[in-house]
Design a protein around this ligand. Structure first.
Ligand code: PMP
Length: 328
């Protein structure tokens, strides 16, 4: 689908996968106006194909577009594009009941040829699909994380709350540093004090703080510099449904380490569309390392994972009407 100032959204169509042509002066190549979304299509037991909260992805796509001075796509067009491609690619949606799904990647970028720095007046929207299995090889196992104090992903007033391509470019070096430190993932901290936990690469974070009646599921508040994850929002709801107290608040790396050491923080997990729910077992930083919950997967993590994946696969009731049928 194309967009320009005169015509708005136009020329929708499905074409065979292949290279695209871009003018060498296409503004995206120089000034980086590029945003995207990530969703999964799941085959249901009756053969229909559904997606999880695609209206929420459509809304986030519009808010990313607004931040990057790009055109905002209406829900009908966004949802319609998903349904149309999934219909064509129906055979690529894995069988019902397993871990697999069809990953959907909508994206929008500026195509206008021009060297002046200003919002482009021409854009292209594309949607590609790819069958997806488990995000981490080896199944659900606790991952190790590196607390990045040298680099930040996003700053107040910046682009961190948008699903903007440049945020991911900015995170690559720290991800490589995490790998050099022997860790699977980076945990990003706030830009100003480098003390408060924000999120992980591609995932939001949750902490189980306290025990028994006093236990609380804590996640960093939406600071403006972390991505408002749809899985994050859904888990806050599912936890409350299960009778767990939840809190969105700042949580410092000191609190994390102290309470993990004392056992007061018994579980930490990360969540996102691609990774679903992944436990965090160990943490490394410039001055040392610590483990969480003995490095094992905890009961709250397991319960929330089973509920969420059950809703997505149609084996658990969907009380909030989150599953949306794309094609019958
Ligand atoms: N944070 C970042 C930086 C991400 O890229 C993602 C994946 N979209 C998430 C969090 C999780 O968001 P969601 O649950 O909507 O997939």
């Amino acid at each position: 689908i194309s967009w320009d100032v005169e015509r708005g959204w136009h020329d929708a169509g499905v074409v065979p996968y292949g290279p695209i042509e871009l003018d060498p002066a296409a503004m995206v190549l120089h000034y980086g106006q590029a945003i995207f979304e990530g969703l999964k299509a799941y085959r249901q037991a009756d053969g229909s194909i559904s997606s999880f909260r695609p209206h929420a992805n459509a809304a986030r796509f519009r808010s990313s577009a607004r931040r990057m001075a790009m055109p905002e796509m209406p829900d009908e067009l966004f949802l319609g594009s998903l349904a149309e491609l999934v219909d064509v690619d129906r055979a690529w949606v894995p069988a019902a009941g397993g871990e697999e799904s069809l990953y959907l990647r909508p994206f929008l970028f500026s195509t206008e040829a021009g060297l002046g720095v200003r919002p482009a007046t021409e854009y292209r929207y594309l949607l590609i699909a790819s069958p997806a299995g488990a995000y981490f090889t080896g199944g659900v196992r606790p991952v190790s994380v590196w607390l990045s104090t040298e680099y930040v992903r996003a700053a107040p007033g910046g682009t961190g709350a948008a699903k903007f391509a440049g945020n991911y470019a900015a995170s690559l070096l720290a991800q490589a540093q995490a790998a050099d430190e022997g860790c699977d993932q980076v945990v990003w901290l706030d830009a100003l004090e480098r003390r408060y936990v924000e999120e992980m690469g591609g995932m939001n974070l949750f902490f189980v703080v306290g025990e028994g009646e006093g236990a609380q599921l804590v996640t960093p508040e939406l600071s403006g510099s972390l991505l408002p994850g749809i899985t994050r929002d859904s888990l806050l709801q599912l936890a409350q449904d299960a009778g767990l107290a939840v809190a969105e608040r700042r949580i410092s790396t000191d609190e994390w380490e102290k309470k993990a050491d004392s056992g007061e923080i018994s579980e930490v997990f990360a969540c996102g569309t691609a990774a679903v729910i992944t436990p965090v077992g160990s943490v490394k930083h410039a001055d040392g390392s610590f483990t969480v919950g003995g490095g094992a997967t905890g009961p709250v993590t397991t319960m929330l994972r089973e509920t969420l994946t059950g809703i997505q696969r149609g084996t658990v009731a969907d009380p909030h009407g989150w599953m949306t049928t794309l094609v019958r």
